[in-house]
Write a protein of this length. Structure first.
Lengths: 231, 233, 275
């Protein structure tokens, strides 16, 4: 068994690389979450719409995105889609962290497709009696959604949505292939420079596990405060 | 576009084979199926260990599953790639490394599905089996597992779909699966990245969507035969 | 019962001795196996690359590996690796020799041994002519791209501290990024840059390779530490190739006049492993 020496990996320079990577991973996660959740809710509503065209569009979005690996999404946006932009837009993008931007775009679409399904199942757990009662009380369609169905549905969707968030956190690691300097990228960099693979990856694994744990703990605390009340 | 397809279809499908190791779409499919075949017994054993009475079995397995599920797949692949050989004393190439990483990763997920399936059955099943004189193992084998796993066929097909998508990460350790080959083609051709990655995306879509439709059909067929709910027959 | 226990103990003892790492004579192991495994990049023309017509791995380093295997009397097996995996693969015993554009550096001497220097090159930067960059120093605060896991990134940062470096899994992938204007410069060793430049064809007029070198890179084959017999065999083969003129012929075959790179002549000899 080789001798482990964590001091090398945790030395000032390498530590700053790893921390920088961790920070970017967290930023990618947070920004994606802000964008993907509304998009996911919108797509879920589309899938439950009375208009067949919207339903089909929602279905196409979800199935089209979920059946393609995240790696391919990332490569497509970074190496493919950017080639289609007009010259000026491209130049601007490259000056402003193209790697992170493309990673966020790929992650947003990918995560939204999964979240849409979770929200849709959440909505379906709300019995029709809720909608019926609301309409009987004179509430319009939009108000019924906004005040009665969606709030309950979202609360019911919290457990799977939290699970998606943990997946999202782990999925940020794939951004390394398009050069985004997140935690996995920096771990590879530290490993190259220090020749200390075990220690580097142990530290990075610990970081991933810790944040997964924190997200799950936060969700348990949230569910204690706002339990899912059966209808 | 036609030129692109005509020039590279063989490389896309087979990689360097037979002038070199197998690659491309064939390798992706081979790797996915093998990984799932390997992950199933692993998942079953881990799932059984998770519901076991013996703490010495339950705790380490629970810890292992926790670490594996909490880590990104890419991390599990790196661990397998860099350190499997020193642990097992064997040399391992990219394909076996990817196979083992996927088997462990998917095994951990399947273990939870098995555990949930077992724990969803009413306790009456195990109790009556034991009351009839069956040992724990026989009860598991002949009463509990068949029921717990019957409904898992659609889940298994869905897991295959997930595994197919996971094989794309072989790109990062240089395994010549279909995403790596597509990138190589893009590097050679250079002027058609949207088309190259578009074809790659379409390939995965056709494969995965097709399989998930099969899983959906299976699910509907099985729904007609519900699991025993414990109510008197 | 006791019999089975004894059998189990015996099996464990035999099993543990069989799985002990082989004693430190890798050359003898190679001869016993009959195979010499060389790790190459496969994406680094003309050192090692996939010939699109035959779909086989060919190149300068592939030929060196074949020559060594022939001398030792075994079959060569060429294995493709990622840049960052070169040293780990050697250390984990998955390959016998690194023939993957490995730069001989003092830091690396702590973990691997090097053969005689097989090639001398330097790292340089390719830029687009319309960026107006003519000197290394002008890359300050700009983005450059390169491959993960090599010495390109540290060398670039040493030369121009304020530069932003973005790395990709393979060098050609990074080159695509330059062509898509994702960065101002592409860092790689001189030979790979000239090869990439050659591939541009008519687009060559838009690019230029900056004069200044980031570093001098002596490339050599990588060997596991403490394997004197293997090192002697490898160095011996290289000496013979040099003496017989075969080494120069190999150079001309892949780098010389008439090839894509078109070097007029070789400026080094394969005769030393000192840096």
């Amino acid at each position: 068994m080789m001798e482990l020496d964590f001091s090398v990996v945790l030395s000032a320079e390498f530590r700053s690389w790893l921390i920088g990577g961790l920070v970017l991973s967290l930023q990618l996660t947070f920004i994606t979450l802000l964008l993907a959740l509304p998009l996911g809710i919108a797509v879920a509503l589309m899938r439950l719409s009375s208009l067949a065209a919207l339903r089909w569009l929602g279905f196409a979005f979800v199935e089209g995105i979920r059946n393609i690996p995240l790696l391919v999404h990332m490569l497509f946006w970074y190496f493919g889609a950017t080639a289609l932009l007009p010259e000026a837009a491209r130049a601007w993008l490259y000056e402003h962290n193209a790697e992170s931007v493309c990673a966020v775009i790929a992650l947003t679409f990918y995560t939204a497709a999964y979240m849409a399904e979770d929200v849709r199942s959440g909505i379906r757990t709300i019995p029709a009696t809720q909608t019926e009662a609301a309409r009987a009380l004179g509430l319009g369609a939009a108000e019924t959604w906004r005040r009665i169905v969606l709030p309950q549905a979202l609360r019911a969707s919290v457990p799977p949505l939290v699970s998606q968030t943990v997946s999202l956190w782990k999925n940020t690691s794939i951004a390394t292939v398009i050069g985004a300097a997140e935690l996995m990228y920096q771990a590879q960099r530290v490993e190259t420079a220090s020749f200390r693979g075990v220690e580097t990856f142990a530290v990075a694994t610990l970081a991933y596990l810790s944040v997964s744990l924190i997200i799950t703990a936060l969700s348990i605390a949230y569910q204690r405060r706002y339990p899912v009340r059966p209808a | 576009m036609i030129d692109l397809l005509q020039n590279y279809w063989l490389y896309f499908l087979l990689g360097q084979y037979p002038e070199g190791p197998l690659g491309g779409l064939t390798l992706t499919i081979l790797l996915s199926v093998s990984a799932l075949l390997l992950a199933s017994p692993v998942g079953l054993l881990l799932g059984l260990a998770r519901v076991s009475q013996h703490r010495a079995l339950r705790w380490p397995v629970t810890a292992l599953i926790f670490v594996v599920r909490g880590s990104p797949l890419l991390m599990v692949i790196f661990w397998a790639y860099f350190f499997l050989p020193s642990v097992t004393g064997q040399q391992t190439d990219q394909f076996p490394t990817m196979l083992i990483a996927l088997a462990i990763f998917n095994g951990a997920y399947l273990a939870e599905i098995v555990r949930a399936g077992i724990q969803a059955l009413p306790r009456g099943q195990m109790e009556s089996a034991r009351a009839l004189g069956l040992s724990y193992t026989t009860a598991m084998r002949r009463v509990i597992l068949p029921q717990a796993l019957r409904n898992s066929l659609p889940s298994l097909v869905n897991q295959l779909v997930t595994t197919i998508k996971e094989t794309s990460l072989g790109y990062i350790i240089g395994l010549a699966e279909v995403s790596f080959i597509a990138s190589q083609i893009n590097i050679q051709v250079l002027t058609m990245p949207v088309q190259v990655y578009g074809v790659l995306a379409l390939t995965y879509f056709v494969l995965c969507f097709g399989l998930s439709r099969i899983a959906y059909a299976l699910e509907r067929r099985l729904a007609r035969r519900p699991i025993s709910s414990g109510a008197p027959v | 019962m006791a019999f089975y226990k004894a059998l189990a103990v015996l099996a464990a003892v035999i099993g543990s001795t069989l799985s002990l790492p082989a004693s430190a004579d890798q050359l003898a192991d190679i001869k016993a196996k009959g195979v010499l495994v060389c790790g190459v990049l496969g994406t680094d023309e003309p050192n090692s690359f996939v010939d699109p017509k035959t779909r086989t791995l060919v190149g300068y380093e592939v030929d060196l590996c074949n020559a060594i295997a022939k001398k030792v009397g075994v079959t060569p097996k060429i294995k493709q690796l990622a840049v960052a995996a070169r040293i780990p693969e050697l250390q984990q015993r998955r390959i016998d020799i690194i023939a993957a554009a490995l730069t001989h550096t003092r830091e690396r001497e702590a973990v691997v041994d090097f053969s005689l220097t097989t090639f001398v090159t330097g790292q340089r930067v390719m830029v687009r002519k319309d960026s107006g960059i003519t000197q290394l120093a002008q890359l300050a605060n700009h983005r450059v791209v390169t491959v993960k896991g090599g010495t390109q990134e540290p060398n670039m940062r040493k030369a121009v501290p304020s530069v932003q470096v973005v790395t990709f899994e393979t060098a050609p992938q990074a080159f695509v990024a330059l062509q898509q204007r994702k960065a101002a410069g592409f860092v790689n060793d001189e030979v790979s840059l000239l090869d990439a430049f050659g591939k541009l064809g008519p687009a060559q007029k838009d690019y230029v390779i900056l004069e200044q070198s980031l570093s001098v890179e002596p490339l050599a084959l990588g060997l596991r530490k403490n394997e004197p017999a293997l090192k002697a065999a490898v160095d011996g083969t290289l000496h013979e190739l040099e003496k017989s003129g075969e080494a120069e012929r190999l150079f001309n075959r892949w780098y010389g006049p008439g090839t894509k790179l078109n070097f007029p002549k070789r400026t080094f000899r394969i005769d030393t492993d000192r840096i």
